[in-house]
Design a protein around this ligand. Structure first.
Ligand code: XMP
Length: 302
């Protein structure tokens, strides 16, 4: 791919397709960040970048994103309660995606309404479309979109790119390494890393576990490393039998997320993760490591 050429073309395409104001959902991931910078170059003040704090983000992520993108005039919407309420009682993974996707879109519509825009820019990339079209998963920035939407147009400048192409564009645009090299993180966030119903307690546990896993596995440079809360199991803590949470650790290598291999990590690193998670998070009494490649597993647990 000719990166400079892509950047020029993408900016020209955005200019051509968008006459008035447009809104973009910026999550801080490499896709939406690249999209926001391209759109900002094309539209300047006509672009409104919205960061929705869904409460499904990783530790300290919201504050960091606000800081990094303050030059784009980022609007932050605090919607933690709204997402929890929308997710209450929902256990099916695809239904969770729909609910999260729908809630995001309704918030964007409200924000767009308040600035008089009917155009949404999205950072959908090629593998998102393929997996959604193939019915593998309804990625919320594609298949999870509600059928009734207020937006007249949706512009997806990265629709033909693979993740590695997006990273190249990010570097060429001068985005910092913490964005250009950022691990993929699913649109529905930690909601798909909690098996079954999402509650604020479970989110708190899985958020802390993800922070430990990312910190401990950084040196191994995984495509993705994550923690998912699976359910409950018995354990013994401080001499008492408890019924605590099971955390699954997953670390994979991959080229494009369509297939993946579980990483062969040193036992010492795995042991350290296990002892930190059970030691630092009182409600967890068991940690397991997922060995499954994709296929048959997927990268996320839901
Ligand atoms: P799976 O779990 O399907 O994930 O092997 C492939 C890649 O996509 C991410 N992922 C998602 N991204 N919305 C997204 O924007 C989603 O609903 C979603 N589900 C999975 C996952 O983290 C991995 O990088």
């Amino acid at each position: 791919m000719n990166v400079e050429r892509f950047i020029e073309d993408a900016i020209a395409e955005i200019k051509r397709n968008i006459q008035g104001r447009a809104i973009i959902g910026l999550s801080g991931g490499v896709d939406s960040s690249v999209c926001a910078v391209l759109a900002h170059r094309a539209l300047g003040e006509r672009l409104v970048s919205v960061y929705v704090d869904s409460g499904l983000m990783r530790q300290s992520e919201s504050e960091r994103i606000e800081e990094l993108f303050k030059d784009l005039g980022l609007v932050r919407v605090n919607a933690q309660e709204r997402f929890l309420e929308a997710l209450r009682g929902i256990t099916d993974p695809e239904e969770k995606r729909m609910v999260v996707g729908e809630t995001f879109i309704r918030i964007f519509e409200e924000e767009a309404g308040s600035i008089g825009s009917d155009c949404l820019i999205q950072g959908t990339i090629y593998p998102d479309r393929i997996e959604s079209d193939g019915g593998i998963k309804a990625h919320h920035n594609v298949g999870g979109l509600p059928s009734r939407m207020e937006f007249k147009s949706i512009v997806e400048p990265l629709r033909d790119l693979y993740k590695e192409d997006v990273r190249q564009v990010a570097r060429a645009l001068g985005l910092p390494a913490e964005i250009s090299e950022r691990m993929p993180f699913p649109g529905p966030g930690l909601a798909v890393r909690v098996a079954g119903e999402v509650t604020s307690d479970k989110l708190d546990v899985v958020r802390r576990a993800n922070a430990i896993v990312e910190e401990e596995l950084k040196e191994f440079n995984p495509w993705q490393a994550l923690a998912a809360l699976l359910g409950k199991a018995t354990g013994v803590k401080e001499g008492d039998r408890i019924y605590g949470y099971v955390i699954a650790v997953r670390a994979v290598s991959s080229q494009d997320a369509m297939t993946a291999e579980a990483m062969e990590l040193p036992w010492k690193a795995l042991r350290r993760i296990s002892s930190r998670i059970t030691g630092e998070i009182p409600a967890v009494c068991r940690v397991v490591y997922d060995l499954t490649p994709k296929p048959p597993g997927t990268i996320e647990f839901e």
